[in-house]
Design a protein around this ligand. Structure first.
Ligand SMILES: [Zn+2]
Length: 61
């Protein structure tokens, strides 16, 4: 997970410099992550407004 970057907008973890989902720059400065498999039934996903399964950073600076 070390080399991954997180999108500042949707918190999606990716190894791209730009988020594949929102086309916004990603940041190396993130901490904690959560894997969302079923956004419809996940409290965390609702809290973070996540609607698509994937790996997400909890905090992005
Ligand atoms: Zn994004």
């Amino acid at each position: 997970m070390k080399n991954l970057k997180a999108c500042k907008n949707c918190h999606l973890l990716t190894d791209n410099d730009v988020c594949p989902r929102c086309s916004l720059p990603t940041s190396k400065r993130w901490s904690g992550y959560v894997i969302i498999r079923d956004p419809d039934h996940s409290q965390i996903a609702k809290k973070m407004n996540i609607t698509t399964p994937g790996s997400y950073a909890l905090k992005v600076r």
